[in-house]
Design a binder for this molecule. Sequence first.
Ligand SMILES: [Zn+2]
Length: 140
Amino acid sequence: MKGVIKWFSKERGYGFILGEDNKNYFVHIKDIEGLDIPKEKDIVEFEITETEKGAQAINVKIIEKNTEKNTDPLVVCENCNKKMVPRVISVDGVLIKSVCPYCGSTYKDFRGEKDLTILIIFGSILFLLFSLIFIVAITS
Ligand SMILES: [Zn+2]
């Protein structure tokens, strides 16, 4: 029978196939033929075996991979227009930014909000310090 992968978890080692008969079939990773890990919407061909827990898919062959582009990690650099995987730069485990590996221009800056927080804290400290100096100046 043919079917489509409804979902499959590589971590858990199993998933479900929606068969041509509109029934769900449990599939275990050991019953997948070949080395490919099935992904959602892949089309498969399989045989059915009855187990204590119900119908299960065995001898599962992936016959057509889902070709939707959402698995493509490449993005286009706005600066040099090359397709690239942004390189993440972090300092002491804190993400700073991601850059284009070709031209080095910033793709995403993760510091924005944090900078603002630091600015507000720093500003408050400066204000307190000046208030203190002012009080000391007028009282002496
Ligand atoms: Zn670039």
